[in-house]
Ligand binder design. Structure first.
Ligand SMILES: *[C@@H]1O[C@H](CO)[C@@H](O)[C@H](O)[C@H]1NC(C)=O
Ligand SMILES: *[C@@H]1O[C@H](CO)[C@@H](O)[C@H](O)[C@H]1NC(C)=O
Ligand SMILES: *[C@@H]1O[C@H](CO)[C@@H](O)[C@H](O)[C@H]1NC(C)=O
Ligand SMILES: *[C@@H]1O[C@H](CO)[C@@H](O)[C@H](O)[C@H]1NC(C)=O
Length: 185
């Protein structure tokens, strides 16, 4: 996961540094600029008017919105899984994950709420916080030496949507990721 994050940031520089923040493009075109192009197409472009021209800021909102919706789906499923376990450690771990996903949903909604006009820097911090929330759930399992195939199946696409959001947000911040150290890459 941390390796993925690192690779993503490298890719970010390659793809986004050439595109100015004033650039507009279709949602389909923006998707080709993201680290996880296929996941972008699946969640962001499909079913939308993907020939409409949007700015990078609009594309970030669309992507974060898709991530927020997926985070709510993942949260619901994790609650279902938690309910199937009567005892610790599994029940405890899934309960922590439910809390982590809940936190991610909350944080992503802060990005989507434009009431107080958050700075691009705040937005970058919140998106990287939500990546950390999802990562935390995986780490809790690792720390207990419990392997589960359910977790990757549940979180892979969410993580990819978040890393796409992060890449876009980094690009809006001029390709300079201030949160890099906090993310423990
Ligand atoms: C993005 O994904 C689509 C379909 O999944 C594919 O056709 C296209 O070649 C990909 N583009 C890039 C730049 O990877
Ligand atoms: C995850 O995303 C891929 C595209 O990257 C898609 O084909 C797949 O159906 C998605 N998985 C789920 C569970 O929605
Ligand atoms: C999609 O967006 C374009 C550009 O904004 C517009 O011309 C077109 O009518 C839209 N198509 C649909 C199906 O909404
Ligand atoms: C997990 O495994 C490591 C190495 O085998 C061990 O040091 C650690 O105590 C284990 N943790 C738990 C919670 O069992």
């Amino acid at each position: 996961m941390k390796v993925t994050l690192f690779i993503c940031l490298i890719i970010t520089f390659i793809f986004f540094c050439s595109s100015k923040t004033t650039t507009t493009g279709t949602i389909n075109w923006w998707c080709t600029q993201t680290p996880y192009n296929q996941t972008c197409n699946h969640y962001v472009a499909e079913g939308k008017n993907s020939t409409a021209t949007v700015s990078i800021n609009q594309f970030l909102d669309i992507t974060v919105n898709a991530a927020e919706e997926e985070a709510r789906v993942v949260l619901k499923r994790a609650q279902g899984i938690e309910a199937t376990y009567p005892n610790p450690p599994e029940k405890t771990l899934w309960h922590s994950c439910v809390d982590d996903f809940d936190e991610a949903v909350f944080t992503l909604n802060m990005v989507l709420d434009h009431t107080h006009q958050p700075s691009p820097d705040d937005i970058l911090t919140w998106i990287s916080d939500s990546v950390t929330d999802v990562d935390m759930c995986e780490e809790e399992f690792e720390n207990m030496n419990i392997t589960t195939t359910m977790l990757p199946a549940l979180t892979t696409n969410l993580t990819q949507l978040l890393l796409n959001s992060l890449a876009i947000s980094v690009a809006i911040n001029g390709g300079n990721p201030p949160g890099l150290n906090e993310m423990e890459v």
